[in-house]
Design a protein around this ligand. Structure first.
Ligand SMILES: O=C(O)CCC(=O)C(=O)O
Length: 251
């Protein structure tokens, strides 16, 4: 559950940090689960997902280990998605009905962990009513030097902006640089919720430890996709409440 102050902060600023939504022990267990999953995946496929546009942030050769739809690889993540603390917090922002869009786990390796140029998520999967939110769940500490999430507070009020599309949708580095955005350093177990209209990004992981997170994208089920794109396994799963439209996801 979020407090009325946290919900008001979200609506004013387009993001809210919820400290210790999970305990440090739970975060450590999910971290181990995430790293074990990436090790399994690396045996069968390439798991690097650094954005081409990372080069607009750094000239360094960077890497980003990732897995989409983690709940299809380990039941621990299924339990996490419907954990009342998590789904209840999302419901504080979205209202009682919370529908999954997709999940993606990221490991930013030590020293070379790739940055994300500043962007909104909206161009990737626009929805008519812009209810879509992301939650970044931190499985280990993410201080500044690990390339923690950065946001532009209040930018969700700008609507959907024109993005450059080369090497993943991103905003021009001259107008929106990672260094000028507000850093949100986090502890293991903290969760940041933000609107898909909030401009965000992150820097290179220059530390000696990997940064491990799970990003969960969720919407109000009554908010239809504007264009049919970015289909994912498990899209449409209800994390809280009901789907009053009875629409099979994306149909
Ligand atoms: O994990 C991060 O630092 C940012 C992730 C992000 O911006 C995204 O996946 O759209």
């Amino acid at each position: 559950m979020l407090t009325p102050e946290q919900i008001a902060f979200y609506h004013e600023n387009g993001y809210v940090v919820v400290p210790s939504l999970f305990t440090a022990e739970e975060a450590a267990a999910y971290r181990a689960e995430s790293h074990a999953l990436i090790e399994r995946l690396q045996r069968v496929r390439d798991v690097d997902a650094a954005w081409g546009s990372a080069q607009t942030v750094t000239t360094k050769k960077t890497r980003l280990l990732h897995c989409h739809d983690v709940q299809f690889y380990s039941a621990a993540f299924t339990r996490l998605l419907v954990d009342e603390r998590f789904a209840g917090a999302a419901a504080g922002i979205l209202g009682p009905n919370v529908q999954l869009h997709h999940t993606k786990m990221f490991i930013k390796p030590s020293e070379t962990g790739a940055p994300f140029p500043m962007h909104q998520d909206a161009p990737y999967f626009p929805h008519d009513n812009h209810t879509m939110i992301a939650a970044i769940i931190h499985f280990d500490d993410a201080p500044l030097e690990k390339g923690c999430l950065r946001v532009v507070p209040g930018s969700h009020k700008l609507g959907m902006l024109e993005h450059e599309s080369q090497g993943n949708f991103h905003l021009s580095a001259e107008q929106y640089s990672v260094e000028n955005a507000l850093p949100l350093p986090a502890k293991a177990g903290d969760v940041v919720f933000f609107s898909y209209l909030t401009i965000h990004g992150s820097g290179v992981n220059e530390s000696h430890e990997a940064r491990t997170t799970l990003l969960v994208q969720m919407r109000d089920p009554a908010d239809p996709p504007t264009v049919q794109t970015h289909d994912s396994l498990g899209q449409g799963m209800m994390l809280a409440g009901i789907d009053p439209t009875c629409r099979v996801a994306n149909k």
